[in-house]
Design a protein around this ligand. Structure first.
Ligand code: ADP
Ligand code: MG
Length: 254
């Protein structure tokens, strides 16, 4: 198949979703191509997490169609989709009563992997994410925030999924650890070549990870383009404001 006829890995076609009185998504049309990295940005409540949840089948649209590899997502495909898609959320979502390694073991064990294979894969991913060797034996409460997020990322990668959906994975980290993990995640994305969708409300972080930025507000896509498009050709005043609201360090005073 020619490159331009390969269907997108994930797509939303005119998708709307309402929660009670809140219109979380309004007529959203988006396609994400295989192997691409895209950042979803926008203020809190703009619908970013809803996009990821719909693409994972954790929630269903009221209107419109979610499609995976060009086919409308069917309930019968949900399990397979989850196995092919790593999902990481802000606080990592690790089970507190399980050690790091036990957290990594759940899905592979369901698939019948033996202990040896699980430990080997965990070691491979610990190396990839620069997790200290002893961390896997500890419970989440005994780990630093950065270590917890490394393990959450490892859990998302355990089954070597085709895609990674990351929902503010670095949002809860202090600036130094966050910076370090930004570097490492970028290296991992470049090296693994997976389809990556990363949600952040930080424009600089978005631009660090992805060329394609999708800016959302109140359930709609406001602009879909590169950082320079947003800066030089903002689609609306909202885009202008969003860019202006990114604070940089004040100039050094004499
Ligand atoms: P974001 O991730 O951009 O902060 P979300 O996609 O989580 O935004 O939410 C979009 C809107 O939908 C918000 O107003 C949020 O409060 C609302 N919302 C999301 N999920 C639910 C839910 N399960 N029940 C009620 N309201 C929800
Ligand atoms: Mg969110």
């Amino acid at each position: 198949m020619a490159a331009d006829t390969v269907p997108p890995a994930f797509a939303l076609h005119e998708v709307s979703k309402r929660y009670g009185a809140v219109q979380a998504l309004e007529q959203v049309d988006l396609a994400f191509h295989r192997g691409s990295t895209t950042a979803l940005i926008g203020s809190s409540g703009s619908g970013k997490s809803t996009v990821l949840r719909l693409l994972l089948g954790l929630d269903r649209p009221d209107q419109g169609v979610v499609s995976i590899d060009g086919n409308a997502l069917q309930p019968s495909q949900l399990l397979a989709l989850r196995l092919r898609t790593g999902y990481v959320i802000q606080d990592g979502g690790l089970f507190p009563h399980l050690t790091g390694l036990e957290n990594l073991t759940l899905q592979p064990r369901q698939l019948g992997w033996d202990k040896h294979r699980i430990v080997e894969r965990a070691a491979e991913l610990a190396e990839l994410t620069h997790l200290p060797a002893d961390a896997l034996g500890r419970y989440p409460a005994e780990l630093s925030g950065g270590q917890r997020q490394r393990i959450a990322l490892m859990r998302g990668l355990m089954l070597d999924p085709d895609a990674l959906l990351l929902d503010e994975p670095l949002g809860a980290l202090d600036p130094i650890v966050r910076h370090e993990l930004q570097d490492e995640l970028k290296r991992i994305f470049d090296r693994l070549g997976k389809t990556v969708l990363i949600v952040t409300h930080d424009l600089a972080e978005a631009a660090w990870f992805a060329e394609r930025l999708i800016l959302m507000n109140e359930g709609r896509v406001i602009q879909d383009g590169q950082l320079n498009d947003l800066r030089q050709h903002p689609a609306s005043d909202f885009v202008r404001q969003f860019i202006a609201a990114q604070r940089s360090l004040p100039a050094v005073r004499a």
